[in-house]
Design a protein around this ligand. Sequence first.
Ligand code: NAD
Length: 351
Amino acid sequence: MKIAVLPGDGIGKEIVAQAVRVLRRLGLPLELAEAPVGGAGYEAAGDPLPAATLVLAREADAILFGAIGGPQYDALPRDQRPERGLLRLRKELGLFANLRPAQVFADLAQASSLRPELVAGLDVLIVRELTGDIYFGEPRGITTLANGEREGVNTMRYRESEIRRIARVAFEAARRRGKRLCSVDKANVLETTELWRQVVSELGKDYADVQLSHMYVDNCAMQLVRNPKQFDVIVTGNLFGDILSDEASMLTGSIGMLPSASLDERGKGLYEPIHGSAPDIAGKGLANPLATILSAAMMLRYSLGHVAEADRIEGAVRKVLRQGLRTADIYTDGCRKVGTQEMGDAVVAAL
Ligand code: NAD
């Protein structure tokens, strides 16, 4: 199995190095090859997505990504900025399915803005469609009407093939988890999502082992803060998913803990922590590597078919947290504060 390792900028290098150590510890036949992206790509080849990096990413079975960006690149022309590297990579590889788990490890429940008993043990996966919906639908724009008043237009569009392929990803994910899928729409008001509900229901017949339910997006936003543990997997469109996945990630209270995946039609994916390159702590050995280590676990589960090894990594992270080890971002009184390397050491030892 070939893995493209793209550490990127800032803390990217530090956290990816720890995830790579964890992967190597598993003893699987993994071929890891590293390449620059983002600001590092610009420095190496004058391009945030150098041609050689794109080739490596295309040929790989999966991509482990760190983070990109930094203040030193903010003055570059737009197409040379680090962010363009990631956006182009997603587009070039056709990564249409965004998987964002919001997990609260029991020992970190105090970090949430909700009461600990509401979130302790929370494990929700949000599957968001990433390349369609009102963000891309035509017609769009701001025009001036005959009477001189301005009007803004965006168009919510989904083809049934687009709905079916994201729903399939979600059903497959539910199958590997708690076997419950909640599809989120606004079918009472929006025809686009009425079609969404029909297509998801039709596909549900192929997944008799997965319990399918439907929920309106306004209710879902409420239920996520009322009783988030009721959910296993949520699938929704680009717009609703954008909002709900940010809401769900904040339930956990810790940006340094959350992994994500973006998948293509064949299940190949790019795996990355949801946080950025944290220039304020870069190079200081302070960054929390756990989101990246958990991203590596997702890679094993969703792209490489090694579910048992993914479970092992997640178990090792749980164990380390239970031992009271904390990087500064998740530190609370009475725990032992550790740096990036020591946290990596502990996960490797727990494995
Ligand atoms: P950020 O996520 O990098 O940092 C926000 C805060 O969280 C900072 O205080 C940082 O120190 C802290 N933090 C983030 N990750 C952490 C970790 N693993 N351990 C401990 N603390 C952590 O967001 P920002 O400061 O808004 O952006 C910094 C740069 O990152 C910008 O250039 C931005 O464009 C880029 N960015 C990249 C991505 C990505 O690569 N996908 C995502 C978001 C932002």
